[in-house]
Design a protein around this ligand. Structure first.
Ligand SMILES: [Zn+2]
Length: 130
């Protein structure tokens, strides 16, 4: 996977414009700070929150990811363990959703910002040469 694709920016949670600067200030499981983002890219200076409440739209992405997780676990448990009580399945789904919250939160923001910004090779190269 190379720089220049949206997938690179999403997976590595990098600036969608230059693919160099990090979106977040800390590691995912630093639970006090897992949601803290840089205001601007540390490499190219791109402002991440391009309008007030910009990242509220990421909740739709997060919702989709949570539903996909729920369906995968539910269908998987039905196929693999046919006689499992649905209450246990829901407990596993809720536990997984809570456990994966920092990861889904970050990926939803990374996906959301990549809807609105694109890689610009000129900006990435220009800043790298300095
Ligand atoms: Zn950048």
């Amino acid at each position: 996977m190379s720089k220049g694709s949206k997938l690179y920016s999403i997976i590595f949670k990098k600036c969608p414009v230059c693919h160099e600067g990090d979106l977040f200030t800390s590691k995912a499981y630093d639970l006090k700070n897992f949601s803290d983002m840089h205001e601007n890219c540390t490499h190219c200076g791109q402002k991440y929150q391009i309008e007030p409440s910009f990242f509220e739209g990421a909740m739709y992405v997060s919702y989709g990811m949570q539903v996909a997780l729920l369906l995968t676990v539910f269908v998987g448990s039905k196929i693999l363990f046919d006689h499992v009580n649905p209450i246990y399945t829901m407990a596993v789904v809720i536990g997984l959703a809570l456990l994966l919250l920092p990861i889904t939160f970050r990926y939803s923001r990374s996906i959301w910002i990549n809807f609105f910004m694109s890689y610009d090779k000129k900006i990435a190269d220009c800043k790298t040469e300095k």
